[in-house]
Design a protein around this ligand. Structure first.
Ligand code: PMP
Length: 418
C-alpha cells in the first residue's frame, strides 16, 4: 500500500491530515514566528514532494528536447511528456489524447480559443455570452475579439447569493449566440455553476461552450464527455502541479476546424516558401519547445489526486468550509460574500469596515496566508458594490486547527477600532 493509500484508509476513508501534510515540505515552516496556515489555494496550490522530485529528476537525469531527437534522452523525455497527456486524458475523461493540448495555463487556453476559433467562426453581429462571475482571463480575450470582429458580448447576471440567474441566461441565448464561456466554479465566491444543463442549452441554439475549469478540476469530477463541453481550460498549478502548464481540451471536430494559434516548429507538417502544411492535433496548437519539465512533473500531481480520489478530497474540503463558514458567521461584523448553495471550498468575506488588505496583513502577522482584493474579478466586485474581499480558500492539506486559528485571529481583528 502506498503512503497515500494508507493516508486515506486511516479513519475509515477520512483523509488523515498529518500524512497528507507530510508530503508538502513548504507547509512545515513558520511565518512571522507562527506556523504557516496556507489558505491561498485558489490562487495556487502547494506541491507535493513527488512533483518537486519529478522536476529535479527531469533536469538531473532526462533533460532533452522532445519529439525530434534520435537519442535515448530525447525519447525518454518524449515518453514522459506524452504519458502526462495520457493521464490528463483520463483525468478529464477526454475521448482521445489528440484532444488534449498543453498550454501555459487557463489564460492561454482561453486566449487560444478566442483567437483561433474566434478568428474563423465569429463575425460582426454574432454574440458571445459570459457571466458576471468570470475571471478577467475569461472576459478580456472575448472583449478583444468583439472589438476586432464587431461581435457583441452578453453577460449573465447573478443573484445576491452569487448564483447565476439561469432564467436570464435562457433569455440571452439565441441563434446569434456563437460561444458561451462560463466558469465552472468561481474563484472569488466559490459558486459551482450548473454547467451541464447550461451546456445543453447552449447547444440547443447551436453555440459552442467553453468551460473555465481553473477552480473546479482540483475539487470536482470534471468529465468532458458527460458535461459535453466543447472546450475545457485549466491550470496545473491549481491542481497541485507546477506553474507554467495548462490544458486546453477541445472536441476533435472543433479543433480540426480551427486555424493554428502560433506558427513555428512542431505545429507544421512541411514548410516551404510557397506553401506550409500544418500538423495534426494536438501538435498543430503546440508551436515551439513546450514546458517539458513542468508537464512531466504535472503527471505526479494528477497521480496524487487520483490516489486520494476527488470524493475524499471534496468531503474533507467541505468539512473545512462548513466549519469555517459556521464559526466565522458568529464573528461580529463578518459579512460573507457569496452564499451559493453549492460551493467549492472558498470563503470570501468582509469584516466590519476594515479594508480587506489590512485584514490580510494582520492575518499574515499570525502566519495565516489569505488573498485580498478583487481576485481578478472586478466586474463581480462592482456587482456587489465593493472594492474587494478577503478570501480564504482550502485544500486537501488544510486542517480544522488551522481554521480555528483563522477564526480566532479574525475575531481579534473584528474588535479593533478603525
Ligand atoms: N479562471 C479562473 C476561475 C481562475 O481562478 C484563474 C486563476 N486565478 C484563471 C482563470 C487564470 O488562471 P491562470 O492564471 O493559471 O492562467
Amino acid at each position: 500500500m502506498s503512503d497515500l493509500e494508507a493516508a486515506i484508509k486511516t479513519n475509515s476513508g477520512i483523509i488523515a491530515e498529518e500524512k497528507i501534510r507530510a508530503l508538502f515540505p513548504i507547509l512545515h515552516q513558520e511565518v512571522n514566528g507562527k506556523p504557516l496556515a496556507y489558505f491561498d489555494n485558489a490562487a495556487t496550490t502547494q506541491k507535493p514532494i513527488q512533483v518537486i522530485e519529478a522536476l529535479k529528476n527531469y533536469y538531473g537525469v532526462d533533460n532533452s528536447n522532445i519529439h525530434r531527437g534520435a537519442h535515448t534522452l530525447a525519447s525518454r523525455a518524449t515518453d514522459y511528456f506524452e504519458q502526462t497527456r495520457e493521464l490528463v486524458k483520463t483525468f478529464i475523461n477526454a475521448p482521445s489524447v489528440e484532444e488534449v493540448i498543453f498550454t501555459k495555463g487557463t489564460t492561454e487556453s482561453i486566449n487560444l480559443v478566442a483567437s483561433t476559433f474566434g478568428r474563423k467562426f465569429i463575425n460582426a453581429g454574432d454574440e458571445i455570452i459570459i457571466s458576471t462571475l468570470e475571471h478577467h482571463s475569461n472576459i478580456v480575450p472575448w472583449q478583444m475579439l468583439c472589438e476586432e470582429k464587431g461581435a457583441i458580448l452578453k453577460i449573465i447576471p447573478i443573484h445576491d447569493n452569487g448564483e447565476l440567474d439561469l432564467e436570464a441566461y435562457k433569455n440571452l441565448l439565441s441563434d446569434k449566440t456563437k460561444m458561451v464561456a462560463v466558469v465552472h466554479a468561481s474563484n472569488a465566491l466559490g459558486t459551482i455553476n450548473p454547467v451541464k444543463e447550461m451546456i445543453t442549452q447552449a447547444h440547443s441554439v447551436g453555440a459552442k461552450f467553453l468551460l473555465d475549469g481553473a477552480q473546479s478540476t482540483a475539487h470536482l469530477e470534471v468529465d468532458v464527455q458527460d458535461l459535453n463541453c466543447d472546450f475545457l481550460a485549466f491550470s496545473a498549478h491549481k491542481v497541485y502541479g507546477p506553474t507554467g502548464v495548462g490544458v486546453l481540451y477541445g472536441k476533435r471536430e472543433v479543433l480540426e476546424a480551427m486555424p493554428p494559434y502560433q506558427g513555428g516548429g512542431e505545429m507544421i507538417k512541411e514548410v516551404s516558401f510557397s506553401k506550409t502544411t500544418y500538423n495534426d492535433i494536438p501538435y498543430k496548437f503546440e508551436a515551439g519547445t513546450p514546458n517539458i519539465g513542468d508537464v512531466i512533473a504535472f503527471a505526479e500531481a494528477i497521480k496524487f489526486i487520483n490516489q486520494l480520489g476527488k470524493a475524499a478530497i471534496r468531503a474533507h474540503e467541505n468539512r473545512l468550509l462548513a466549519h469555517a463558514t459556521e464559526s466565522c458567521s458568529k464573528i461580529n461584523g463578518f459579512i460573507p460574500i457569496g452564499t451559493a448553495k453549492d460551493k467549492v471550498s472558498v470563503l470570501s468575506f468582509g469584516i466590519n469596515n476594515i479594508h480587506p488588505f489590512d485584514v490580510g496583513m494582520m492575518l499574515d502577522a499570525s502566519g495565516i496566508a489569505v488573498r485580498t482584493g478583487h481576485h481578478c474579478t472586478q466586474p463581480l466586485m462592482e456587482r456587489f458594490n465593493i472594492e474587494g474581499t478577503v478570501r480564504a480558500s482550502f485544500a486537501v492539506y488544510n486542517t480544522m486547527e488551522e481554521i480555528d486559528r483563522l477564526v480566532e485571529s479574525l475575531t481579534k481583528i473584528s474588535k479593533r477600532k478603525n
